[in-house]
Design a protein around this ligand. Structure first.
Ligand SMILES: NC(=O)c1ccc[n+]([C@@H]2O[C@H](COP(=O)([O-])OP(=O)(O)OC[C@H]3O[C@@H](n4cnc5c(N)ncnc54)[C@H](OP(=O)(O)O)[C@@H]3O)[C@@H](O)[C@H]2O)c1
Length: 307
């Protein structure tokens, strides 16, 4: 099968398309033909070994010293079950599924084998493969942080989402709104149309004004792009207000329930798929270059097979 091999840590050019063996699936695994995957901020971070100070060493220890131990990167997929192991009961050949492999990586390829009990679910019934795969990375991260602060238990919470136009930000805005929040978004003026599309009317454009100088206070401030710290936002927090950032030492963990939530929200029309650009697998280097800019709006999709 065709796969993208990360030959060493470095710029996008370290990625090479190669022919490798199709994965052999175990008795408790399913073989997925990947129709769509995505290049997320996490993928470019791994490829470039982007981390500060001691975190760089920790990253090397976790994912490989001089190059990624798992040569095929990519963590999200939407596709069709091509075959199932003899102990698999939840899925059958032909099922349309979507999921996340997390630290097992391996989705920037034509096929992947995953455990039936991993983060895999039937795709939202009304989603295309591109739409389904675009929901996962930002959706799971946003749900993790929003559930962590128990937003659904707050009464009409006032929420500030900083970095509202990224993969995590676009999901956070929508999921906070679903939980009854009054959302204010912080983004650049380039995000104006996108915020309209997501039904957010309170928007502060950071390239026009300093959002930390406003008089409004919030129950929850979520920095979905990791550009602030709590001290900077302290004056914007209500007395018992909570601040969370994706840029600190708290890492979102994946769960099967998050994937089910994403599926439900999408089927109910409460979560939109935000897709910025699409590239065929052969143009993976360009996709990484674009994600490296840190300016993408929503998600960047890789089309592996035609759907
Ligand atoms: N802790 C965790 O568990 C966890 C999980 C997932 C992701 N992350 C981290 O979260 C960050 C965001 O991830 P992502 O996938 O959403 O990234 P992304 O999609 O690449 O986000 C980029 C977006 O952020 C906007 N942006 C850039 N600078 C900004 C600023 N100063 N203020 C407000 N918006 C700004 C950009 O728009 P403009 O250029 O128009 O401003 C762009 O739309 C990444 O650093 C990632 O590594 C952490």
């Amino acid at each position: 099968m065709k796969a993208v091999i990360c030959t060493k840590y470095g710029p996008p050019e370290v990625l090479k398309i190669q022919e490798v063996n199709k994965p052999i699936f175990k008795d408790n695994e399913v073989l997925v033909k990947i129709i769509s995957t995505a290049v997320n901020s996490g993928d470019v971070r791994v490829r470039g070994l982007v981390a500060d100070g001691i975190m760089k060493l920790i990253m090397r220890l976790m994912i490989g010293f001089s190059k990624p131990r798992k040569a095929i990167l990519g963590t999200v997929y939407a596709g069709v079950i091509e075959d199932v192991g003899i102990n698999v009961s939840k899925f059958k050949k032909g099922d349309k599924v979507f999921g996340m492999t997390a630290f097992n990586f391996g989705t920037h390829a034509e096929y992947t084998a995953v455990k039936e009990k991993s983060y895999i679910s039937l795709m939202p019934e009304n989603a295309s493969f591109d739409e389904a795969v675009s929901l996962i990375f930002g959706g799971q991260t946003a749900i993790y942080f929003i559930d962590k602060v128990r937003l659904s238990e707050m009464k009409s919470p006032n929420v500030l989402v900083i970095g509202a136009t990224g993969s995590v930000g676009t999901a956070a805005v929508q999921i906070a709104k679903f939980n009854g929040a009054e959302v204010t978004a912080v983004c650049s003026t380039k995000g104006k149309d996108l915020m309209e599309q997501l039904g957010v009317s309170n928007v502060i454009f950071y390239d026009l004004e300093d959002f930390t100088k406003q008089s409004v206070q919030y129950d929850f401030i979520f920095d979905a792009v990791g550009k602030t710290d709590k001290k900077q936002c302290q004056a914007l927090l209500k007395e018992n207000g909570i601040y969370k950032t994706v840029g600190g030492f708290e890492y979102a963990s994946e769960s099967h329930e998050q994937l089910e939530k994403i599926k439900n929200l999408y089927e109910k029309g409460r979560l939109k798929a935000i897709i910025d650009r699409k590239f065929p697998l052969d143009r993976i280097v360009e996709a990484h270059e674009y994600v490296d800019t840190g300016r993408k709006k929503g998600n960047v999709i890789i089309n592996v097979f035609e759907s």
